[in-house]
Ligand binder design. Structure first.
Ligand code: ADE
Length: 228
C-alpha cells in the first residue's frame, strides 16, 4: 500500500516510520511511504504557504496553490482517496481504519495554521478526519495515528493477525482484561477461568468482561452495539 504524506514538517515522520510495528510494515514493504513537502510547491521566492484570512479574524490560512500542486503531483489515479485531518472531520474509528487499510494507495494532507483554503476541501479532498474533540497544532500526529492503525492490519506485519482482530473496537466493543505470568503477583491472582484450559469458558468470560467494560466506560459504543 502506498501512503503519500503531504506536510510542511517532513522530519516529524522520520523516526516514526522506522520504529515498532510501523517500522516492520515499512521494512516488509507492506506500506511504502512517500513524504512530500508542501513548501516545495510554493511558487514565490519566499516559499510562502500561508496568508491572511479573507474577512479578517485571527489565524493564517494555507494557500490553495501549493496544496493543489502537491496533491496533483502525487495523485495519479482518479479514485485515490485524499484525506485531510481537521477537528471538523468525522471522528476516526476502527471501521474507517479497516476501510482504508484495504486501499492500494491513499493521500494524507496535514494542515497547519488555522485552516486550509476551503476551495481545496471542496474540490480535492475526499474525506475529512478528526482524531478527537480537541485541537492539535497540525495534522501530522493524526496522520501518524491513521498510518499506525493501517500498518498493523497489513498482511505479514503482525505475527498474529488474530491478535489484531480481538483488539478493542474491532468488534464494536472494548477489549477484555489480559494477564501474563506470574499467575500470582503481590497477592493478586489471575482469574481461575484463564488457567482452566477450557477455551469455550475462557471465550465466554472474555466476552462478558468486554461487554461489562464497554457498558461502564463507553455507553455510546454499548448502545450502538446492542440497542440498534
Ligand atoms: N488537526 C488539528 N486538530 C486535529 C484533530 N483533533 N484531529 C484531526 N486533525 C487535527
Amino acid at each position: 500500500m502506498i501512503i503519500n504524506i503531504l506536510t510542511l514538517f517532513p522530519n516529524i515522520f522520520s523516526n516514526f516510520l522506522k520504529e515498532s510495528i510501523v517500522g516492520i510494515a515499512v521494512e516488509k514493504k507492506a506500506i511504502k511511504t512517500n513524504i512530500v513537502n508542501i513548501r516545495d510547491f510554493a511558487f514565490d521566492k519566499h516559499k510562502q504557504v500561508d496568508d491572511y484570512s479573507f474577512g479578517g479574524g485571527a489565524g493564517m490560512i494555507m494557500k490553495p496553490e501549493p496544496l493543489y500542486e502537491a496533491i496533483s503531483f502525487v495523485k495519479k489515479e482518479k479514485n485515490v482517496p485524499v484525506i485531510y485531518f481537521t477537528p471538523q472531520g468525522r471522528l476516526l474509528n476502527q471501521e474507517i481504519v479497516n476501510k482504508y487499510s484495504r486501499e492500494n494507495e491513499i493521500v494524507l494532507v496535514c494542515g497547519h495554521y488555522k485552516e486550509i483554503d476551503q476551495r481545496i476541501r471542496d474540490t480535492l479532498i475526499t474525506d475529512e478526519i478528526s482524531i478527537g474533540d480537541y485541537v492539535l497544532s497540525g495534522g501530522e500526529i493524526p496522520a501518524m495515528v491513521l498510518i499506525d492503525a493501517i500498518a498493523r492490519l497489513q498482511k505479514g506485519v503482525l505475527s498474529n493477525l488474530d491478535s489484531a482482530l480481538t483488539d478493542s473496537h474491532q468488534n464494536g466493543l472494548l477489549g477484555y482484561p489480559c494477564y501474563t505470568r506470574p499467575a500470582e503477583f503481590k497477592g493478586m491472582k489471575v482469574p481461575e477461568v484463564l488457567l482452566s484450559g477450557n477455551h469455550k469458558k475462557i471465550e465466554e468470560w472474555r466476552r462478558e468482561k468486554s461487554i461489562e467494560l464497554t457498558k461502564k466506560v463507553r455507553p455510546d459504543l454499548y448502545k450502538k452495539k446492542f440497542e440498534k
